[in-house]
Design a protein around this ligand. Structure first.
Ligand code: NAD
Ligand code: IPM
Ligand code: MN
Length: 361
């Protein structure tokens, strides 16, 4: 029995709604296993901009560093969409990832058996899909310099960013991916655009070199455009995918539809030392914020990943995941899930999904 210090970042939009469900579920599940959580709620994103003028106040990063783990819901919204990029809510998210050196973003895309008919793809394509996307999170075009606005030689305005990776940056993410592949299906697909981009040529070279240390893992290479297509044509081809920041961002949203909703995918953003950030793949869903319509399951499953990875309390994770399974078994579906409300399912609000979850913890 231990007190786990959790930095809680509800953020914006649906963030507070799903965070409430997740922290309650975590406390109940933990209680059953004799584990206690101390939540320190801090500001990030638009909420932090409104209160302090900064998307990541120093105090939030300090509390995060002093915690055992960070639980983050989502940031962003229409209200802040016209701010200069350095002052946007999204910068707060990038800054906390960089501040904790959370370079490895693990995004499992698993199709729960109850949802094999909840995908726009055919059951036979998605049934049994179990993919782990390993996305590099603190480098690439999101962070590369130079970036900004300027003028070209014709006097026209331009905007530019730089996609850049160093060898050590590629090597460390490749090692995370090979280690993960070794523990599961032993197949790793590296996704890049080395037919066009130098940054990808370096990526591929380094991945091949690191692969020499993992002869038991079958390594393949795929261009991002083909990978985006294969993910729909034959998703079961993939076991572990390793890719850069922006390609991983896009592929993970795409992969969510194999399971029928973006509202189901959790993630872990980790450095291997120090607290990790546990955050759903989805955003703040401003279109449904405040309507009690959000799917809290990605947030709850992110809390489960936190219990497994940072807190080393797998029994609490099992309870949370078991409860998610149970509500899906019972046919409960929030509106975001494809074909929610069809026979044998019941359309529920966020709060109702939360209340039902508690019964199964
Ligand atoms: P989004 O993921 O917020 O929403 C995309 C669509 O999916 C919307 O229709 C939304 O209603 C739906 N959706 C997403 N999560 C859901 C959930 N849990 N339950 C039910 N429906 C859900 O992406 P967007 O609309 O492109 O971006 C909105 C804002 O969120 C932007 O400001 C963006 O920058 C931000 N964002 C933040 C994060 C994050 O905090 N990690 C991630 C992605 C986007
Ligand atoms: C995500 C989000 C973020 C990203 C944005 C909001 C900065 O889309 O976590 O997937 O691109 O990393
Ligand atoms: Mn994204």
């Amino acid at each position: 029995c231990k007190v786990h210090k959790i930095c809680v970042l509800p953020g914006d939009g649906i963030g507070p709604e799903i965070m409430e469900v997740a922290t309650k579920a975590l406390s109940v599940a933990g209680g059953k296993e004799g584990e206690t959580f101390e939540y320190k709620q801090c500001l990030i994103g638009g909420a932090a901009i409104d209160a302090t003028g900064k998307p990541l106040p120093d105090e939030t990063l300090e509390v995060a560093k002093q915690s055992n783990a960070v639980l983050l819901a989502a940031i962003g919204g229409y209200k802040w969409d016209t701010l200069p990029s350095a002052q946007r809510p999204e910068r707060g998210l990038l800054a906390i990832r960089a501040g904790l050196n959370a370079f490895a973003n693990l995004r499992p895309a698993i199709v729960p058996r109850q949802l094999a008919d909840s995908s726009p793809l055919k059951r036979e394509l998605v049934e049994g899909v179990d993919i782990l996307i390993v996305r590099e999170l603190v480098g690439g075009i999101y962070f590369g310099q130079p970036r900004g606005f300027g003028t070209n030689e014709k006097g026209e305005r331009i905007g530019y960013n730089t996609d850049v990776y160093s060898e050590p940056e590629v090597e460390r993410i490749a090692r995370v991916a090979f280690e993960a592949a070794r523990k599961r299906g032993k197949r790793l697909c590296s996704v890049e655009k080395s037919n066009v981009l130098e940054v990808s040529q370096l990526w591929k070279e380094v991945v091949i070199r690191v692969g020499a240390d993992y002869p038991d893992v079958e390594l393949s290479h795929m261009y991002i455009d083909n990978a985006a297509m294969q993910l729909l044509r034959n998703p079961k081809y993939f076991d572990v995918i390793v890719t850069g920041n922006i390609f991983g961002d896009i592929l993970s949203d795409e992969a969510s539809m194999l399971a029928g909703s973006l509202g189901l995918l959790p993630s872990a953003s980790i450095s291997g030392s120090g607290p990790g950030i546990y955050e759903p793949v989805h955003g703040s869903a401003p279109d449904i914020a405040g309507k009690d319509m959000a799917n809290p399951l990605a947030m709850v499953l992110s809390a489960a990943m936190m219990c497994r990875y940072d807190l080393a309390i797998p029994k609490v994770a099992d309870r949370l995941e078991g409860a998610v399974n149970a509500v899906l078994d019972a046919g409960l579906r929030t509106a975001d899930i494809y074909k929610a409300g069809t026979p044998n399912t019941r359309l529920v609000k966020c709060s109702e999904m939360g209340a039902e979850l508690m019964k199964h913890l």
